[in-house]
Write a protein of this length. Structure first.
Length: 407
């Protein structure tokens, strides 16, 4: 009887030790999946690493883009993965090689089912050798399910069955798309913590017919034809000053509660770059990184930047929390003023700046000369995913600022 009691006690002790062992996430490559519209699956890959300090870091991949994530909290079998800059986060339960949960954007009230499995390298599964190569430029017509339409330019590169590239529109690009061309179908996806985009299309040598899902909230049909000569409208002609206005004016608070106006003495006799943006906006993040880098490489007391933020956050305090998070993570030294919170309606944004014909895009960038007059307005932003278009923009921007400085 005594021996039976000892064996029973040891079993309890061993099981207790086993239960108390912390579950760890497996290092290495993972395949993650988000459930978007029509129960479609948007895949992406990330590499999880253990820092050996009881903490994890992640590298998330979209074609040539790597997003570094270092805000990962683990408690028991629960994990929260917070995206850098953007408010979105993954919350879920995990075992060593599996995570199940949700991707959540609270201010936008959007939730997507999320799961991830360790050890799978391929974003999309190949179904056979592709019949076509879609490398090159495409003329694209998007038709949202709720009506209307808009044009885009597809820019793609295919090596074997792997495809990368982006769609450019008049209001910005769809950033780094990563995909596969298999038999007669092409699929792209991207996930950056703000956007969850999935494109699926049937292809021939000269056409694409497909569907574009943005999370669960938007579905658009698209048709494309190969056209190496197709160009979008000039982004410098879409937004302009209304007749009767010769100067831009505004007055919005900074994070210290101080009202800042373009008429303040600190901006007199300076070239002022005004960035209409939001902390929720990936194209705005691309432009913010560009402006931070530009100012670091072109230090000049006669150049200054002001950002006007239009935020989803429902309170002023929450909006400034997002603004300060962006500034800290990216190293923004210029002021970011709060122009609007509680929503990003573009008509409301235009009412804040009534001298403009419209606010068509976030970002919109206004360049003011030393005498206070508006010299150029860029609608949208050609980010680094657009390749040569981004290079052309940087060159044009740099030369134009030099011209305004009289250099």
């Amino acid at each position: 009887m005594k021996h039976i009691f000892i064996i029973f006690f040891l079993c309890i002790l061993l099981n207790g030790c086993k239960d108390s062992e912390a579950v760890v996430l497996a290092e290495g490559i993972w395949l993650a999946e988000l459930e978007v519209g029509d129960d479609q699956i948007l895949p992406f890959n990330f590499n999880l690493m253990d820092t050996r300090n009881g903490e994890y870091v992640i590298e998330l991949y979209n074609s040539d883009e790597t997003i570094f994530i270092d805000e990962i909290k683990v408690k028991g079998d629960s994990v929260v993965i917070r995206m850098p800059v953007f408010e979105g986060y993954v919350a879920g339960k995990f075992t060593t090689k599996k995570i199940t949960g949700e991707f959540i954007k609270e201010n936008e009230e959007r939730v997507l089912p999320f799961r991830a499995v360790h050890g799978i390298n391929d974003r999309f599964k190949s179904e056979g050798i592709p019949n076509t190569n879609i490398s090159g430029d495409w003329e694209v017509l998007f038709k949202p399910e709720n009506g209307g339409s808009y044009m885009a330019k597809g820019i793609f590169k295919q090596v074997d069955d792997k495809v990368s590239g982006t769609f450019r529109t008049a209001t910005g690009d769809y950033r780094y798309l990563d995909g596969i061309n298999t038999v007669d179908s092409v699929m792209f996806s991207t996930f950056d913590g703000a956007r969850a985009y999935l494109f699926k299309a049937k292809t021939t040598d000269s056409t694409m017919v497909g569907v574009f899902y943005s999370g669960k909230h938007s579905k658009e049909f698209f048709v494309a034809k190969r056209n190496e000569n197709y160009e979008l409208p000039n982004s410098e002609t879409l937004t302009y000053m209304k007749k009767g206005y010769d100067k831009l004016s505004f007055s919005f608070p900074d994070s210290n509660g101080n009202l800042v106006s373009l008429s303040d003495p600190v901006f007199k006799e300076k070239v002022v770059i005004i960035q209409i943006m939001g902390t929720w906006c990936p194209n705005c993040l691309d432009e913010t990184k560009f402006l931070v880098d530009y100012l670091e490489k072109n230090s000049n007391e006669d150049i200054t930047v002001i950002a006007l933020a239009f935020e989803y956050a429902k309170t002023k305090e929450a909006a400034f929390k997002s603004i300060n998070r962006l500034k800290d993570r990216i190293g923004v030294q210029y002021p970011i003023l709060l122009a609007q919170y509680g929503g990003i309606d573009k008509e409301m944004a235009q009412k804040k700046l009534p001298m403009l014909n419209h606010v068509l895009s976030f970002p919109t960038t206004i360049i003011v000369g030393k005498k206070g007059g508006v010299q150029k307005i860029y609608t949208g932003f050609n980010g680094p995913a657009t390749g040569s278009n981004y290079d052309s923009f940087k060159k044009d921007f740099h030369n134009f600022i030099l011209q305004l400085l009289g250099v």
